[in-house]
Design a protein. Structure first.
Length: 292
């Protein structure tokens, strides 16, 4: 039964992906040849691709009963698909993305998230994310920066450029602040700095705050908990995830020092804020697990 669910889920995702990408290809070509004045309207319309894909996947998740969700909301009345948001979440498995899209679909604009540059070569999905204006970033080592100093600002420049496009219409930018999926090995290598989480990295959030300036209407702070352990993506598609706790909270964004007033101070304030968010998130996970 589980294998059949997995096969049906894969077929459903494949059909949805190919179908929306075919439409996106036509719109992308239209965008390329359209007059400059028409481009913002086309870019806004292209976001329907994400909505259609997410709607299809939500239908699949519900019909196949892949998870038993326990959903908690705080401040939901402050959210609207007609506004801009920064979304942060802990990250454990590829299933996180489908769950975030599924449970946030009706409350905020379609999610666009920081994506590793290598994923642009992923058939259909990578090209779709590029066309839809997802911010692509790459990991650069200190040695690479020494050889080519221009790489130091490459990610920031790319995010800033992406943010200019996102100002065109309401958008939600997702950042997995841990920078990678949490595993027991990665947790151990960080000396268990947090009980349930990896250390957050504030760089991407800092870039987004700078790039989106006054457009952002708030923060959507999401915590995903798998009481039975984070599933592999294939296990998720087979319906083996069991219960999932999805905790989403609206938070107003704090006032930070203007970057022009001192870049070091600005970065430090954002980093301290993200650190506090993660401390609260870690405690929240402990409370949810203790209440089981």
């Amino acid at each position: 039964m589980h294998v059949l669910k997995g096969v049906l889920a894969c077929i459903s995702i494949a059909i949805a992906t190919v179908s929306v990408c075919a439409v996106l290809l036509v719109w992308w070509f239209h965008l390329a040849i359209a007059p400059k004045a028409s481009k913002p309207a086309i870019q806004k319309r292209m976001d329907y691709i994400i909505i259609w894909w997410t709607t299809a996947n939500r239908w699949m998740i519900q019909r196949l009963n892949l998870v038993s969700p326990e959903i908690h909301w705080e401040g939901r009345e402050h959210l609207s698909p007609a506004q801009w948001y920064l979304v942060v979440c802990n990250h454990q498995t590829w299933a996180d993305i489908l769950l975030l899209q599924t449970y946030l679909l009706d409350d905020i604009p379609p999610l666009k998230f920081f994506t590793k540059s290598q994923l642009i070569w992923l058939p259909f999905v990578g090209q779709a994310m590029y066309a839809l204006g997802f911010p692509f970033v790459k990991r650069v080592s200190r040695e690479q920066i020494k050889k080519n100093p221009s790489l130091r600002s490459a990610d920031k420049d790319n995010v800033m450029k992406t943010c200019e496009g996102l100002k065109n219409h309401p958008s939600a930018i997702l950042n997995f602040a841990e920078g990678t999926r949490r595993t027991e090995e990665k947790h151990r290598l960080q000396d268990y700095a947090f009980k349930h989480l990896l250390k957050p990295k504030a760089g991407g959030i800092n870039y987004t705050l700078d790039g989106m300036s006054s457009h952002l209407n708030g923060l959507v702070d999401v915590t995903i908990i798998y009481p039975d352990g984070a599933p592999r993506f294939w296990d998720f598609l087979q319906g083996k995830s069991g219960r999932v706790i999805f905790d989403a909270r609206y938070r107003p964004l704090p006032e930070f020092s203007a970057e022009q007033a001192g870049e070091t101070q600005h970065k430090a304030e954002v980093a301290q804020w993200v650190q506090r968010l993660w401390e609260e998130k870690d405690a929240l996970i402990s409370r949810h697990l203790a209440s089981d």
